[in-house]
Design a protein around this ligand. Structure first.
Ligand code: NAD
Length: 492
């Protein structure tokens, strides 16, 4: 990857300076490590106009669907070949540990392969219309310019589920990286260029929410907005799209419940729960942050979790032996600290963690934390914390477990640990969540749709149907009769 560390905006096939630059911090030291370009409203406008022009040009619009698929396959190969470098950049810029970024970015290539395969399987339809002298069919066409907006965590991954189907469908894209941790996406732009997409088909910007994000999502030439981020920002995005009436999907936060019944394999459940809340330092939209445990096994499971949480190796995210890295921002840590203090004041009991680990004063570190709570009303059980904080609540019986799990405005993911098959099926039906994991947690695949209920979002990403969200249909009517059409104003 040439010049990967020279971070620039990628607009209309060229690497360009933004209106200003800002410092990006390394969360493991808390110090600036690189300078990033910030797109102004004028930069965004140029990018959208380039995407709009490219959408209609033969260099892109004239490609067959299979040719688009081949371009995506080339991109997938480049991502796979450069995964180590991209992972290092993501770890440096966000503090996510190298073990996780390597594994995740290796898998990002599979997402592009999956969507490459879908490119020539987007089919229209012939309709059995109720008029004997007519033929009617549906053409499925790319929707137009896509504005893709991603949050700071897992940016390569979260953009693959937008870029992949958008490009497979024949759209063009302006992708906005987050102002926090944009390095991997700006480096990825080099791979898009190398893969040979025509200028303007993919544009990659970074910049701030108000100027770059708002201008992009409200732009009159944008037809489709694919947003991932927090619910408060999502409301701004929906207001922005009142301007362009863009078709919008939202992937938002969560406060996902995990239920453990007395008959579960507790050791296995404990490992899944620890991974579900402490992986990525809890900065994951699907973090299993509310744990409901059947009272009979509550103390045993809690003891197992405490033992595992205390054993987690916290430290330098670039060290492959590290199991938990820092948080991405100091603002985030302050918010977590304040919410824990409010939760303790509201009656929660601190079981383990709750503070900054010793000897790691430089970076933005926080201990794996477990709180015992009486119910969902405690702030740490009610709010999305986006950090390594698990709230544990005891329950008695299936009815109470379901009521507690569903008692949240969010509905992204959920987990059930039990060996009882009939109960499992009852719970699957009743849980209000876009994902149910049974005796596992956090499994993802390009083949399986992803998305939430309620405040967790609108629409689904991944899976074969997600490509339809980047298309629109055109209804075509053809009269098959050779008889001339009668003059409508002559009475017969
Ligand atoms: P955020 O909402 O603060 O920012 C997301 C993106 O929106 C950023 O690129 C930001 O610059 C942009 N933005 C900000 N203001 C904007 C505006 N007015 N108009 C348009 N764009 C604007 O989110 P964050 O703090 O970076 O990320 C954390 C959130 O993302 C959490 O709530 C988390 O659960 C959620 N998330 C969801 C998923 C999912 O797939 N469901 C995945 C990862 C993260």
């Amino acid at each position: 990857m040439s010049g990967a560390d020279d971070f620039r905006l990628y607009i209309d096939g060229a690497f360009v300076e933004g209106g200003s630059r800002f410092e990006s911090l390394d969360p493991s030291t808390g110090r600036p490590w690189a300078s990033m370009p910030a797109a102004t409203a004028a930069d965004v406008d140029r990018a959208v106009k380039a995407a709009h022009r490219a959408f209609g040009e033969p260099a892109w619009a004239g490609l067959t669907a299979s040719q688009r698929g081949r371009l995506l396959l080339r991109l997938a190969d480049l991502v796979a070949a450069n995964a180590a470098h991209l992972a290092e950049l993501e770890t440096r810029d966000t503090g996510k540990i190298i073990r996780e970024t390597r594994a995740q970015i290796g898998y990002v290539a599979e997402y592009y392969r999956y969507f490459a395969g879908l490119a020539d399987k987007v089919e229209g339809a012939h309709l059995p219309v109720d008029k004997p002298d007519m033929e009617a069919w549906l053409r499925r066409e790319p929707i137009g310019v896509v504005a893709a907006v991603v949050p700071w965590n897992s940016q390569l991954f979260l953009s693959a589920v937008k870029l992949g189907p958008a490009l497979a469908a024949g759209c063009t894209v302006v992708l906005k990286a987050s102002e926090e941790g944009p390095a991997p996406l700006l480096a990825f732009a080099r791979l898009v260029h190398e893969a040979g997409f025509p200028p303007g088909v993919v544009n990659i910007l970074t910049g701030f929410g108000e100027e770059c994000g708002r201008t992009l999502t409200a732009h009159p030439l944008v037809a489709r907005v694919a947003f991932t981020g927090g619910p408060a920002t999502a409301r701004h995005v929906v207001r922005n799209t009142a301007e362009n009436l863009a078709y919008t999907t939202l992937e938002l936060g969560g406060k996902s419940p995990v239920m453990v019944f007395a008959d579960a394999d507790l050791e296995s459940a404990a490992n899944a729960i620890v991974a579900g809340i402490f992986a990525a330092s809890g900065q994951s939209c699907v973090a299993g942050s509310r744990l409901f445990v059947e009272r009979a096994v509550h103390d045993r499971l809690l003891a197992l979790l405490v033992e595992k949480a205390r054993r987690i190796r916290i430290g330098d995210p670039q060290d492959p032996a590290t199991e938990m890295g820092p948080l991405a921002t100091a603002r985030q840590r302050s918010h977590i600290e304040a919410t824990i203090a409010a939760s303790l004041a509201a009656g929660a009991r601190l079981v383990t963690g709750g503070g900054r680990p010793e000897g790691l004063d430089e970076g933005i570190y926080f201990q794996p934390t477990i709180l015992s709570c009486a119910g969902n009303e405690v702030p740490c059980a009610a709010e999305e914390l986006f950090g390594p904080v698990l709230s544990v609540i005891a329950f008695d019986g299936e009815e109470e477990a379901v009521a507690l799990a569903n008692d949240s405005p969010f509905g992204l993911a959920s987990g059930i640990f039990t060996r009882d098959l009939t109960r499992t099926h009852r719970l699957i039906r009743r849980l209000r969540a876009g994902i149910v994991w049974v005796n596992t947690y956090r499994a993802v695949s390009p083949i399986v749709p992803f998305g939430g209920y309620g405040q967790s979002g609108l629409g689904r990403e991944g899976g074969a149907e997600s490509i339809r969200d980047y298309t629109r249909t055109k209804s075509v009517w053809i009269r098959t009769s050779d008889e001339p059409i009668a003059d409508p104003f002559v009475m017969r």
